[in-house]
Design a protein around this ligand. Structure first.
Ligand code: GDP
Length: 444
């Protein structure tokens, strides 16, 4: 998980200071020593760490903390605010050109995730922002990069502009832009050539392309797991090309967080998006405050809600609610609901976005058994239409047939039927409750 190591260390330190009714300078000093170590261990740039500690220390022994009634809490607030500032403060959004299309050059070294991220960005623009993107295959050097982008385009149903491997990348970009204007695309996302290392030829080509298409954004894609290497790469690209933003990929596997916490402070370029997995919907806008909140174990409910809004079909949700109210909720509906929940992404990642989830013993390293959910789905799919509508007709021989059909056991089938029954009973109770009481009902 992202930032796991750093998160744990910082939370231990914060827990010690949280409840304190009085915070002395010595307390702050002691705490800052540990925060410093935690940040260095997370591979944060040493100069960034030094500045950060200085700022937090000054504020923590200042009036705003010492005079407050809850100094422990105030110190934590200061740490959160400074972490947020370190990652750029406000969220930095993708540009919108006054006159479409908005042109985005995607640059980066090979293997950073540039091509995948270009596809993910097209997906995000289309699904969440209702925009019409054109993908442009201008990485003519990496074998199969063009094919890869075309495959992504097909999966996402987004058109890909390509002139093959022999064309000049600057020419490809120019022609793509013409096409986008003619066909009224909102965004042109150019997948440029990557290299193993930064070299002059690469930079020259990118500079020429920049000159030719006058991009509104130049996004550098870097692999968060490479830590300070990513920061150095960003610095070089920024000096030579002038990037407008960074997209950090593989944050899902980055337990340390050094790149995420240093890149903005070192280069001045904002992080605009973060890749959180291999799937095409695993790209999130980067919100410094929410990220700081996640690191300090305060959860990230806003991202959770946005994910739900993007994944859940509102019409269907209303329909389900109606069915629950009238207690006509069937196993088919249950199956459908499971499908919607699964669209949100891996459940253990979701749980970690809940505030305080880390404090509930065992929850932070819970392994949600995706196989168990798949089993439930298989069982329901093995039932006949009638069985799904009226589960009470499922007798012993039917249970055996269902278990066989779904590759499960009769116990599994029994367990599911019992759960479904309990759920229905609970729904009935809720719908029969007087209005005032229902309001107070909360899931634990
Ligand atoms: P390129 O050479 O920069 O174009 O790199 P690719 O787009 O081909 O990506 C390299 C590898 O990184 C692929 O296996 C991707 O699936 C993987 N990848 C990209 N972004 C992410 C991410 O956010 N998380 C994870 N876990 N893998 C990613």
């Amino acid at each position: 998980m992202a930032f796991e190591g750093l998160s744990e260390r910082l939370q231990q330190v914060m827990n010690r200071i949280r409840g304190k009714g009085k915070v002395t300078e010595a307390d702050v000093k002691e705490m800052m020593r540990e925060v410093r170590l935690a940040l260095l261990e997370a591979d944060v740039n040493f100069k960034v760490v030094k500045d950060f500690i200085k700022r937090v220390s000054e504020r923590a022994v200042g009036q705003e903390v010492m005079k407050s009634l809850t100094p422990g809490q105030q110190v934590i607030k200061v740490v959160k605010e400074e972490l947020t500032a370190l990652m750029g403060g406000e969220q930095s959004k993708i540009a919108v050109a006054k006159k479409p299309p908005t042109v985005v050059m995607m640059v980066g070294l090979q293997g950073a995730g540039k091509t995948t991220t270009t596809g993910k960005l097209a997906n995000l623009l289309r699904k969440r922002h209702n925009r019409k993107p054109l993908l442009v295959a201008a990485d003519v050097y990496r074998p199969a990069a063009i094919k890869q982008l075309e495959t992504l385009g097909k999966q996402l149903n987004v058109p890909v502009f390509s002139l093959g491997e022999d064309a000049n990348p600057v020419e490809i970009a120019k022609q793509a832009l013409e096409r986008a204007k003619e066909e009224h695309y909102d965004y042109v996302l150019i997948d440029t050539a990557g290299r193993l290392h930064i070299d002059e030829a690469l930079m020259d080509e990118l500079k020429q392309m920049k000159e030719a298409v006058k991009p509104d954004e130049i996004f550098l894609v870097v692999d968060a797991m490479t830590g300070q290497d990513a920061v150095n790469v960003a610095q070089s690209f920024h000096e030579q090309l002038g990037i407008t933003g960074v997209i950090l990929t593989k944050l899902d596997g980055d337990t340390r967080g050094g790149a995420a916490l240093s890149i903005r402070a070192v280069t001045g370029a904002p992080i605009k998006f973060a890749g959180m997995g291999e799937k095409l919907d695993a790209l999130e806008p980067f919100h410094p405050e929410r990220m700081a909140s996640r690191i300090l174990g305060m959860g990230d409910v806003l991202t959770l809600i946005e994910k739900a809004q993007a994944a859940v079909d509102e019409e269907k949700a209303k329909e389900l609610e109606q069915k629950m109210r009238t207690a006509t909720f069937t196993l088919d509906d249950f199956l459908e609901q499971l499908g919607q929940v699964r669209k949100l992404g891996p459940l253990d990642e979701l749980i970690k976005m809940l505030p305080g989830a880390n404090k509930i013993k065992g929850l932070s390293n819970i392994q949600v058994d995706e196989k168990q959910i798949a089993r439930v789905e298989a069982i329901i799919r093995s039932m006949t239409k009638e069985e799904k509508m009226h589960p009470e007709i499922i007798n012993a021989s039917r249970k055996r047939r269902i278990a066989k059909g779904s590759g499960t056991t009769v116990q599994d089938v029994n367990r599911l039927l019992k759960q479904f029954d309990d759920m229905k009973k609970m729904m009935k109770m809720m719908t029969n409750m007087p209005k005032g009481k229902k309001k107070g009902f909360r899931f634990p």
